[in-house]
Ligand binder design. Structure first.
Ligand SMILES: Cc1cc2nc3c(=O)[nH]c(=O)nc-3n(C[C@H](O)[C@H](O)[C@H](O)COP(=O)(O)OP(=O)(O)OC[C@H]3O[C@@H](n4cnc5c(N)ncnc54)[C@H](O)[C@@H]3O)c2cc1C
Length: 411
């Protein structure tokens, strides 16, 4: 039996490793258009590779995937984060769980992750075809013909498409797999960027570039999120970024954010506090010292630069004595602090940056990763309509679906 895996990223590496470890005697071709394997894995987690998560509760794990969690059930139960952890350790890569539950190699070097596969392949039957750019895949009479842009055609019995999404195209994820899937009868759900930062030209943001918040809440009037989005946020010269922003971008992946149609994001600087209780906090900050200026009073709650900006936005002179500011003005200030509007006019690259959308999940068997349309065809990784939040969830999905596709294809 001949099996071809198209794409030597996270999912393809795990698929190839799984098939070879099943010892079926199958001839395995791992096809990669780059000159090296796992280019995106190498840059993931800032080069440290946030390989999976320390979360052990699978039900909670599902909540980390805005799209595809139900489909992932078999794959995640079959190869959960602790099994991924064990797999890498047993292949010579010691891992560690950091305080925020992200898992990294102890060496803080993503090369070790790719190296584990390279080591395994060097003593196995996997034929690694680097610099092989697949151009088309066709299926006739139970066989797949793979044509390349630069190499001779091959014919195989089974194909696993693991070509990834279409972000960070310089890593090789050029979106070719979507065309292959369509040619083989599949539909692709609308594609969009997820885990992005947001670009804004709002004047007030410019004066605060570099200011970070440990916890903010983010919402939009356009859609209702299943759970509140809260976390750290950083204001940059071009807009807003950070974990809360990435989570927001995942949930709002399909919302338009352009100069013509800006997406208004409301920042709550005090999430988890009701507006009534928050107003009491604002009032007590102002009541403490009658001579204190309103700007200084608000600066007991937020950084000074933010207090200044808030007073300006609320059209309250910062030098006024806090005691002189009317109840109505304070109320307005309180509302503003829990609903600061940012007009997002575009998306920038995030720490991770993945593609939302992909191969329609209803056309793939979640227990095997095999196509329900073309027998012998499998999918794994980001090419599927699955994406997660930051924190190792996207690689976890690639390892788990890659593992399941490998086990199924090896049968
Ligand atoms: C900057 C950055 C940092 C990230 N950090 C993390 C992190 O720390 N933790 C985490 O969980 N996730 C992270 N992610 C997301 C994660 O890396 C991806 O979700 C994951 O790598 C997807 O794996 P994949 O195998 O499906 O696709 P990819 O890793 O994209 O691999 C696809 C492979 O297919 C090859 N290919 C494509 N078309 C062809 C073709 N026609 N012929 C031959 N080969 C082809 C490509 O060259 C590529 O090597 C990050 C993403 C980015 C962009």
């Amino acid at each position: 039996m001949k099996i071809a895996i198209i794409g030597g990223g996270a999912a393809g590496l795990m698929t190839a490793a799984t098939i070879t470890e099943q010892n079926t005697g199958a001839e395995i071709f791992l096809i990669e258009q780059n000159t090296i394997l796992g280019k995106k894995v190498l840059i993931s987690g800032g080069g440290r590779c946030n390989v999976t998560t320390g979360i052990r509760n699978i039900r909670f794990l599902f909540t980390r995937y805005p799209r595809g969690s139900k489909f992932l059930s078999s794959a995640l139960y079959g190869f959960p984060p602790e099994a991924v952890y064990g797999w890498f350790e047993s292949h010579g890569v010691p891992l560690k769980i950091e305080e925020d539950l992200r898992v990294f190699p102890v060496s803080n070097n993503g090369q070790d992750i790719v190296g584990a596969f390279e080591k395994l392949f060097s003593r196995s039957r996997v034929k690694i075809l680097l610099s092989h750019s697949a151009k088309s895949i066709s299926y006739t009479d139970g066989a797949f013909t793979i044509e390349f842009r630069n190499s001779p055609t091959i014919v195989v019995d089974k194909v696993i498409i693991t070509t990834g999404g279409q972000t960070f195209r310089q890593t090789g994820s050029t979106g070719d797999g979507y065309t292959f899937a369509e040619t083989l009868g599949h539909t692709i759900t609308p594609l969009a960027a997820s885990l992005s930062s947001f670009i804004s030209r709002d004047e007030w943001l410019k004066s605060l570039a570099g200011v970070s918040f440990e916890a903010v809440g983010l919402r939009t009037d356009r859609i209702q999120f299943p759970t509140p989005v809260e976390g750290a946020m950083l204001i940059t010269h071009s807009g807003i970024t950070g974990p809360a922003v990435f989570a927001f971008s995942a949930l709002a992946a399909y919302e338009i954010a352009t100069p013509k149609e800006p997406l208004t994001i409301f920042i709550n600087l005090f999430p988890g506090v009701t507006s009534e209780n928050f107003l009491l906090q604002v009032k007590s900050a102002c009541a403490g010292n009658a001579k204190r200026t309103i700007e200084n009073a608000i600066a007991t709650l937020v950084p000074k630069s933010v207090a200044k900006m808030l007073c300006a936005m609320a059209k309250i002179e910062g030098e006024r004595h806090a005691a002189e500011v009317s109840k109505k003005e304070l109320e307005e200030l309180g509302v503003l602090m829990q609903n600061l509007p940012v007009r997002a006019i575009g998306r920038g690259a995030g720490d991770e940056f993945v593609t939302a959308g992909g191969v329609n999940l209803s056309e793939v068997n979640p227990s095997t990763m095999e196509s329900r349309i073309t027998r012998g065809l499998f999918f794994a990784g980001e090419i599927l309509d699955i994406d997660g939040f930051t924190g190792g969830f996207n690689l976890q999905a690639s390892w788990a679906t890659g593992r399941l596709a490998g086990l199924s294809a090896a049968k």
